[in-house]
Ligand binder design. Structure first.
Ligand code: ZN
Length: 541
């Protein structure tokens, strides 16, 4: 490709609206142009990088036997339901299984505050894939195969990722993983254990809650006047107790049903876990909403609760085994002490609803957990018969008996992967594309306007092929050309000028390492391949 013909324009200075490196560099190098909040046009160079990424992923999916499908963008239902409907209608027998279908296409994102350029845009190109199986072992095998394949893809892209478990309950048999690119700008968080390697999505992570029985004493239920004690800290100071000896009551709404989540005062409620237990999304109640339900904010408790609509009581699994506890007395300015689970109140549901946090002991080995922020770029999960059972998507086994199809789902956000690659691979001068998805492997520059220099460059362009080289044939200064080459970030820069020709041919510079060599013109294609391989394999990051 000749740069003089390419739709592109670089900017000398950093755009002011961009905070993230990827956002700033993609704008400055002219790879993207903003069209509205979270809406970007990808220019030809960015399209090429994205296409290469798509091709890489497509090839991996095909090697797993995947068959490509194309969903309509105006889909009246979630992808999971659409694909269950499709396969349910077309597959009848175990003989047609297993089956893997996938699609690579644009998808709208529910991004309330789009930001960071391609990191949190309102639209992404995503790879979605679903597998269908007759046997559970077969589904489990594929889940692990795709998980491992994802790890290899990220290794090929030289993109460091954190693989975390994202199962609803971290059981021994893994059923879901997410892949995070770690960045302080990410909106997802993960907890890891430096001692045993436990790594989990914070939404689902578990930690040792400790404590056991707070005290064996049987205390009497007693109402105490506790003026101004609306927080756990105030309460503890006033009564001389520890947060672990208190019971926190947090109100949520699940559909139209109010829910009172009960948890020890030293822990916090994890709304995602609560949602899982209830099987529906939950929203926190604001203080005003809570008062409308007749609740005494700061003094709510499960004992003697009288409200218009009785809430569903959901207790963390640490609650029944501890006590006596201090809880709100449902009367402003008063708390109850000596409260016991079982004697004074019971819950409708009990389960793990605690938010695991950094510093808490690892569920596997007890070492202190560490927290990380990141952006989720890929995920794999077993869906089992979650969709197929309800949608009557069945197959018949060898005996002729019908069963719901067993399903797995495998997603990857390719636009976001592209942004993360730039976020990770750049320097002061610009982008440093890894060879696997660079728009072009080489960037060819001529220095000076002499005929024989241009003839030598044309010869190289022919030898390398137009798909392999971006040729800066603009009648502009060498300084501008070098600056643009660094900003655009192709892995190998080839310079031809009087000086290089006198030294024996063309000068090759590895964009990432800065390694420079001069090679005879005829040897350039071979030397380029060598440099690309070295740039790929000697990455220690
Ligand atoms: Zn551990």
């Amino acid at each position: 490709m000749h740069l003089s013909r390419l739709l592109f324009k670089t900017q000398k200075h950093d755009p002011t609206e961009a905070e993230l490196a990827s956002h700033r560099l993609l704008l400055r190098a002219g790879y993207i142009r903003r069209m509205g909040a979270g809406a970007y046009v990808l220019t030809p160079l960015a399209c090429r990088a994205l296409r290469r990424l798509e091709d890489l992923v497509r090839q991996k999916m095909e090697s797993l036997g995947g068959q490509e499908i194309l969903f309509p963008i105006v889909l009246p239902m979630p992808h999971e339901e659409a694909v269950t409907d499709l396969v349910g209608a077309m597959v009848d027998s175990y003989r047609q299984l297993p089956l893997v279908v996938y699609g690579i296409q644009s998808a709208l994102r529910q991004e309330d505050r789009p930001r960071g350029g391609l990191l949190y845009p309102r639209q992404s190109v995503v790879k979605t894939a679903y597998s269908f199986h007759a046997a559970e072992d077969d589904l489990q095998d594929l889940l692990m195969t795709v998980r491992d394949m994802y790890e290899r893809v990220f290794a090929e892209l030289s993109l460091p990722v954190l693989k975390v478990r994202s199962d609803p309950k971290n059981a021994d048999k893994p059923s879901a993983y997410a892949f995070y690119f770690l960045t302080p700008h990410g909106e997802d968080s993960a907890l890891t254990c430096p001692a045993c390697g436990y790594a989990a999505d914070q939404k689902m992570a578990q930690a040792v809650k400790g404590g056991g029985k707070c005290s064996g004493e049987e205390g009497e239920l007693e109402e105490r006047h506790t003026p101004g004690c609306e927080t756990i800290a105030d309460l503890c100071q006033y009564l001389g107790c520890t947060p672990r000896q208190t019971l926190k009551s947090v109100f949520f709404m699940a559909d139209e049903q109010p829910v009172l989540a009960l948890i020890r005062g030293d822990l916090d409620v994890n709304p995602h876990k609560l949602s899982k237990i209830l099987g529906t999304d939950v929203q926190t109640l604001s203080a005003e909403e809570a008062e409308r339900f007749g609740l005494s904010v700061g003094y709510t408790g499960p004992v003697g609760l009288r409200t218009a609509a009785p809430p569903l009581l959901v207790a963390d699994d640490s609650v029944p085994e501890c006590g006596p506890l201090v809880t709100g007395a449902n009367r402003p300015g008063y708390h109850l002490t000596g409260v016991r689970y079982g004697r004074d109140f019971t819950a409708d549901l009990i389960g793990d609803i605690a938010l695991a946090e950094a510093g808490q002991p690892c569920i596997k080995c007890g070492a202190a957990l560490e927290a990380h922020r990141g952006v989720e770029i890929a995920a794999v999960a077993r869906l089992d018969s979650k969709y197929s059972a309800g949608m009557n998507a069945l197959f018949t086994d060898e005996e002729g008996t019908s069963h719901p199809l067993l399903m797995g789902s495998y997603g990857m956000d390719l636009t976001r992967v592209l942004a993360c690659i730039v976020e990770h691979h750049h320097d002061e001068q610009g982008i440093v594309w890894p060879p696997a998805i660079a728009p072009y492997p080489c960037h060819l520059i001529t220095v000076g306007k002499k005929e024989h220099v241009r003839a030598a460059a044309d010869e190289l362009y022919q030898a390398l092929g137009e798909n392999k080289v971006l040729f800066d044939d603009r009648p502009t200064s060498a300084g501008v050309k070098f600056m643009d080459a660094d900003l655009l970030g192709m892995p190998v820069r080839i310079t031809v000028g009087d000086r290089s020709l006198a030294a024996g041919g063309a000068e090759l510079v590895c964009r990432r390492t800065g390694r420079t060599e001069t090679v005879a013109l005829a040897q350039v294609p071979e030397a380029v391949d060598h440099m690309l391989n070295a740039s790929t394999t000697d990455r220690s990051d």
